[in-house]
Design a protein around this ligand. Structure first.
Ligand SMILES: C[S@@+](CC[C@H](N)C(=O)[O-])C[C@H]1O[C@@H](n2cnc3c(N)ncnc32)[C@H](O)[C@@H]1O
Length: 389
């Protein structure tokens, strides 16, 4: 990651704008859906708010969030069921904090919206937030935290665990896996032990089998971190993708953790809507895949990759395949991949309503299947006269 800017307001780079566009798209869905279904308050936390504006005049994350909340509230009209939307913005830098407060001032007087700004480091502000909004951490109140630090420091695993302790909380965070690897390589001089200990919430990172391959090490750090989020922090689903820097080289990762598959679907929809700026990087192989693989030829190649990696010779529940596809591939649903696998004789049988059915004997709607049994390998792809698909 490049050095953090020193000036209070800095120019937004392409990937910054894309990140904000994803947040915007997701929050529009989050406020709209939950605001019409819950009867409680909702809590939104931005732990690294910035000044709320970029040098080019574009809105920063706090303003985008406030506007999304306001729009959802207005659009819903009578259908709105939630009570107050509580929004907490934390910024450590005093100059940026002052600018943020002035940018938020015009939004302060909206009905059913409470805005709180805290001029502290997030880790210490979090104690205050937790105390004041205890109900959001201990009930089914929707809670969304956006954590967007410069680099690897500023938040700890314990904080993520606390946020994710409620059944209805979600976290969207920047994870600088490359930065973590640089710190690991630098060792004691960069405070490696303390940084990794805080990020992983203990010594579990020591189990990662590091090699001399820096890129592969970054991927392993990311994979281990996601595992922690799902295991120790209790997120059921996590999804990560790599943001490209303006020069096309890999940058850092956006990571989303939730307990609800619908939340993950909505977040992936938001990511796909800004696909040109993002690549999905396969967590295990590093294979880079663009979002939006709606092209059949791409799907055919992907089907083979995923068949070999996840399906070959196994019997798997449709729900598990769906969850895996959502978390580990750029696809929204497994159906296109399953159809391709079936055309290439990779599916042995499926179980629907307790009955074993051979594929092809009846049109299979994949979402109706309980389990799918896969063969060991796929038949080669059929080529046309001129070797086309
Ligand atoms: C990447 S910027 C945030 C940009 C903002 N989220 C947006 O999208 O518009 C990170 C911000 O976090 C602030 N910051 C750095 N360390 C912090 C800490 N420990 N706690 C709170 N804020 C911090 C920086 O001053 C900076 O404004």
């Amino acid at each position: 990651m490049s050095k953090p800017p020193k000036e209070p307001i800095w120019p937004a780079r392409e990937h910054t704008l894309a990140k904000i566009a994803i947040l915007d798209a997701y929050l529009n869905a989050w406020f709209a859906i939950l605001g019409r279904s819950v009867k409680s308050d909702m809590l939104y936390i931005d732990g690294f708010s910035g000044p709320g504006v970029y040098a080019g005049g574009q809105d920063g994350s706090p303003i985008v969030a406030v506007k999304a909340a306001h729009k959802a509230r207005c659009d819903a009209g009578e259908k709105w069921t939630a009570k107050t939307i509580r929004m907490v913005f934390v910024e450590r830098d005093s100059e940026r904090f002052d600018i943020l407060q002035s940018r938020l001032a015009i939004h302060q007087r909206q009905p059913n919206l409470s805005i709180q700004c805290i001029n502290k480091a997030f880790a210490s502000a979090f104690d205050e937030i937790r105390r004041q909004h205890m109900d959001a951490f201990t009930s089914s109140m929707p809670l969304f935290a956006f954590l967007d630090p410069f680099g690897v420091k500023g938040t700890t695993f314990n904080i993520l665990q606390e946020i994710l302790s409620s059944g209805t909380s979600e976290v969207f965070l920047l994870f600088d896996a490359d930065g973590m690897e640089r710190i690991r390589v630098a060792g004691g001089a960069a405070g490696c032990e303390a940084v990794f200990g805080a990020v992983f919430g203990g010594p579990s990172w020591r189990e990662i089998s590091f090699t001399d391959d820096i890129k592969s090490n970054s991927r392993k750090i990311l994979a281990a971190y996601r595992e922690q989020l799902r295991g120790r922090a209790g997120a059921k689903f996590s999804f990560s993708f790599e943001m490209r820097k303006d020069n096309g080289a890999s940058g850092y990762h956006l990571l989303f953790a939730t307990k609800h598959i619908r939340g993950l679907e909505k977040m992936k929809e938001a990511m796909r809507a800004v696909d040109k700026n993002f690549i999905f990087a396969d967590g295990q192989t590093g294979q880079k895949i663009m979002f939006g693989p709606d092209n059949n030829a791409v799907a055919a190649v992907d089907a083979e990759t995923y068949f070999n990696k996840f399906c070959s010779g196994k019997r798997i529940r449709y729900g598990d395949i769906r969850s895996w596809v959502l978390q580990e591939t750029p696809y929204m649903r497994p159906d296109t991949l399953l159809t391709e696998m079936s055309h290439r004789h990779g599916v042995d049988s499926v179980i629907i309503g307790g009955k074993v059915i051979a594929p092809g004997s009846k049109l299979v709607r994949w979402s109706e299947t309980e389990t799918i049994t896969f063969r060991d390998r796929l038949a080669p792809r059929k080529k046309g006269l001129f070797d086309q698909e």
